[in-house]
Design a protein around this ligand. Structure first.
Ligand SMILES: [Zn+2]
Length: 482
């Protein structure tokens, strides 16, 4: 089996031994070989053969350093370890991605890995995954000492919402990515080493090196340019997500037109094209979770008393009214039976204290983890929920003007993924800041007056009593496909 890129010496004692889909590099330290990334299981043979072509033996590989845990960099490990007995290094955070082996050594940020004539500085630069490692080391060429470096996780497709939802990654990884770029920019790098060949144009430079005397891999401007490109790429991904995965939540259903938080209202919202439903959870006197916004019945049922003063059976005697329509109060479980299977996103607002466990249990029962955000105006409620059910995303409802650095720090401390500011007065600058912080931004309190400005500010979703009007506006803003 031969790679379509022949192995070659890049600079000094650094060699390319990978293939076109995933790079592998080898450093000849004079006292054994170090491999950085080893490709797929089926391409490990290419790495082994490449070493042989260059006159080395796989048996002399002493260390394997993994840039991160994705299969295209790590799956070849068992094959190479079987031949060499090499020690495998990686950040512990990426263990969840590995198949068929565990690393021998877990990196710590700032570690220096030494072997023979080589010292490799390892920085923890998460974003692409939780445990991305970036490597810095010196190479000598023509009596010159040059700094070589690899950014171990530059791809931003893994920071798209669909991917993060599928693999249950925290949206905070976006903020980690921005921070990692800032940190990497501080380093001076003469030789940029890619972990995919497209990053540093490995193939083209190899071709060039055959015909020109200067080494094309030495270019002190390339590192900074590449990091800038990565940053632009993440902003583009965030903008794409907003356009392609914007969530219009029917707020308590299509509550502008129908009795709020009832089946007629939820179905109307979906019929209007909403791709999400927002609703509220409270507890009855006999402990059942029902979907009801207000503490008391007066506004929507025209009855005296509070939800918690009645049993479910008693509440079923009442109806919720709007525009001449009426419908019954719905239990959370009944709602989930009818809607959980649908391809929708759900925002579940906790309205009572101590409903978090029962709510989480029901959401688990109906397999709602990947399509639900649990929210509250009360920080303590989402904190308690997240402690009990850490696998769910949570968000904080708050007036936009009340959001401070402390709000962000509090949300970060519980691992929240979403911030839910009021639509009123929202600015594009605020939304951009929260995106930079790694939050999904979902608005509430949308009116026909503030709808356009809130959408234009760059939010990722919003509740709307009138999903039809919002969707009309979004359609106006979206250029027709050519
Ligand atoms: Zn990857």
């Amino acid at each position: 089996m031969l790679s379509n890129i022949p192995p070659f010496r890049m600079v000094g004692n650094l060699y390319f031994v990978g293939e076109h889909r995933a790079s592998s590099h080898m450093i000849d330290t004079g006292d054994g070989l170090i491999l950085i990334d080893v490709g797929y299981e089926e391409t490990a043979d290419i790495v082994i053969e490449s070493l042989e072509i260059l006159g080395y033996r796989v048996e002399d590989v002493k260390y394997i350093l993994l840039s991160h845990g994705h299969y295209d960099h790590s799956d070849g490990v068992p094959k190479i370890v079987a031949r060499s007995g090499a020690k495998v290094f990686m950040f512990r955070e990426d263990n969840k991605y590995l198949k068929g082996f565990t690393p021998d050594v877990y990196f710590k940020d700032g570690d220096v890995i030494k072997l023979g004539n080589t010292e490799i500085l390892v920085l923890h630069t998460p974003g692409h995954t939780e445990g991305v490692a970036s490597f810095f080391f010196n190479v000598e060429e023509n009596g010159q000492t040059l700094r070589a470096a690899m950014f171990g996780g530059a791809g931003t497709n893994q920071l798209r919402k669909a991917w993060m939802n599928k693999y249950n990654c925290a949206y905070r990884l976006r903020n980690d990515f921005f921070h990692s770029l800032d940190r990497l920019r501080k380093e001076h790098v003469d030789v940029f080493v890619g972990n995919h060949v497209g990053q540093n144009k490995t193939e083209q430079k190899r071709e060039l090196s055959l015909t020109q005397s200067e080494n094309p891999f030495i270019d002190p401007t390339e590192w900074g340019k590449f990091l800038d490109k990565c940053e632009r790429s993440l902003w583009k991904a965030i903008e794409k997500d907003r356009r392609e995965a914007f969530v219009t939540y029917a707020h308590r259903g299509a509550s502008e037109y129908c009795p709020e938080n009832t089946f007629v209202s939820f179905y109307q919202g979906v019929a209007m094209g909403a791709n999400g439903i927002e609703t509220d959870v409270r507890r009855t006197k006999d402990g059942v979770l029902v979907l009801f916004h207000d503490e008391d019945l007066t506004r929507v049922c025209e009855e005296e008393g509070r939800i918690k003063d009645y049993t479910l059976e008693e509440l079923q005697q009442f109806t919720v009214k709007k525009n001449g329509l009426c419908d019954k109060i719905v239990t959370l479980e009944d709602f989930l039976q009818h809607f959980a299977w649908r391809n929708l996103t759900f925002a579940i607002e906790l309205k009572d204290p101590n409903v978090e466990k029962d709510t989480a249990d029901l959401l688990r029962k109906y397999d709602m983890v990947k399509k639900t955000v649990v929210t509250s105006f009360k920080f303590d409620y989402i904190k308690a929920f997240k402690e009990y059910a850490p696998e769910f995303r949570v968000g904080r409802l708050i007036k936009a003007s009340d959001i401070t650095d402390q709000t962000i720090a509090d949300l970060r401390s519980i691992g929240a993924d979403e911030i839910c500011p009021s639509a009123q007065g929202l600015t594009a600058e605020q939304v951009k800041n929260w995106h930079y912080e790694g939050f999904n931004v979902r608005a509430w309190g949308l009116t026909q007056e503030n709808m356009k400005s809130a959408y234009d500010a760059g939010i990722d979703g919003t509740t709307a009593n009138f999903p039809d009007l919002l969707l009309d506006y979004i359609k106006q803003c979206t250029p027709e496909e050519a």
